[in-house]
Design a protein around this ligand. Structure first.
Ligand code: SAM
Length: 257
């Protein structure tokens, strides 16, 4: 139900929204937009609209995990599609407080947990659908995060999104290259990850930005088969048991498992 801003309930809600700081998700909370001036437009709705058709319209009986849920836009959409259980985690308590307000106002049932992707095995549960959207490039250890998701929480579908930079070409890869072949690294379609030592776009938590070939290669390497690519940044994947079972390698230290 939408409220007029002159109504006392509405101005109280506006105060509660503002008290939680700047919002990254533009949600409609009883007619009040939480981030109306977002630099990417009506975000993330504009992103969601580009891949919503790739996910089951009816999630009845399915479980969903949203990793890096922010204020809960996607978790809420999953609940609206009838998901039986939605768990949403984020490492940032401030964003979780926004999500808590959103689910209170929208009256949806979502379980929120403050958890880093690196601690994801603490959930001790596998989910039918895992969302990992807009988080990879904020991590210092991105491939470890994908490996942990594959090992501990993904059962079937993974919806993945990352900022990408560099070439959108994707070079078919050989299974091996000779030591003397340095030319391959100069080819635009070879997997490449840009390391940001300082800051990018005013955000010092942007650490690694892959090109498209690198996103695809990392997903495959972590054991996710890409089944749809509806939009430049978005990949719908299915869990598979190959190619590398990295967690059985004796070289992986316990703290990283
Ligand atoms: C760019 S926002 C993306 C939010 C949302 N998933 C989306 O696509 O709109 C990145 C989110 O990832 C969260 N995040 C960053 N590092 C994380 C980590 N190690 N574990 C879990 N969440 C993390 C941030 O707090 C933030 O909410």
């Amino acid at each position: 139900m939408s409220m007029s801003l002159s109504d006392p309930k509405s101005s109280l809600l506006r105060q509660r929204i503002d008290a939680l700081g700047e919002w990254f998700h533009n949600l409609d909370l009883s007619g009040i937009p939480t981030a109306p001036n977002h630099f990417l437009g009506d975000y993330p709705r504009c992103k969601w609209e580009s891949f919503a058709h790739c996910l089951p319209a009816d999630l009845t009986g399915r479980t969903v995990l949203d990793i890096g849920c922010n204020a809960g836009f996607y978790a809420i959409e999953m609940k609206r599609r009838g998901a039986e259980r939605v768990v949403a985690v984020d490492s940032d308590a401030r964003y979780l407080a926004q999500a808590r307000l959103a689910i209170e106002v929208l009256e949806v049932e979502i379980e929120l947990r403050q958890l880093s992707v690196y601690e994801i095995r603490r959930l001790e549960e596998k989910f039918d659908l895992v969302l990992f959207l807009g988080v990879l490039y904020h991590l210092r250890h991105p491939l470890l995060a994908l490996d942990l998701i594959h090992e501990h929480v993904a059962r079937d579908l993974l919806v993945f999104q990352s900022m990408q930079r560099g070439s959108e070409e994707v070079l078919p890869l050989n299974s091996d290259y000779p030591f003397t072949d340095s030319g391959i690294f100069a080819q635009r379609g070879f997997p490449l990850m840009y390391f940001i030592e300082n800051s990018y776009s005013g955000d010092p938590t942007n650490w690694w930005i892959p090109n498209k070939a690198c996103v695809e290669a990392m997903l495959r390497s972590a054991g996710f088969e890409i089944i749809a690519h509806p939009e430049t940044e978005v990949f719908i994947c299915r869990w598979s048991d190959g190619p590398a079972d990295v967690f059985r390698e004796p070289s992986i230290p316990d703290y990283a498992r």
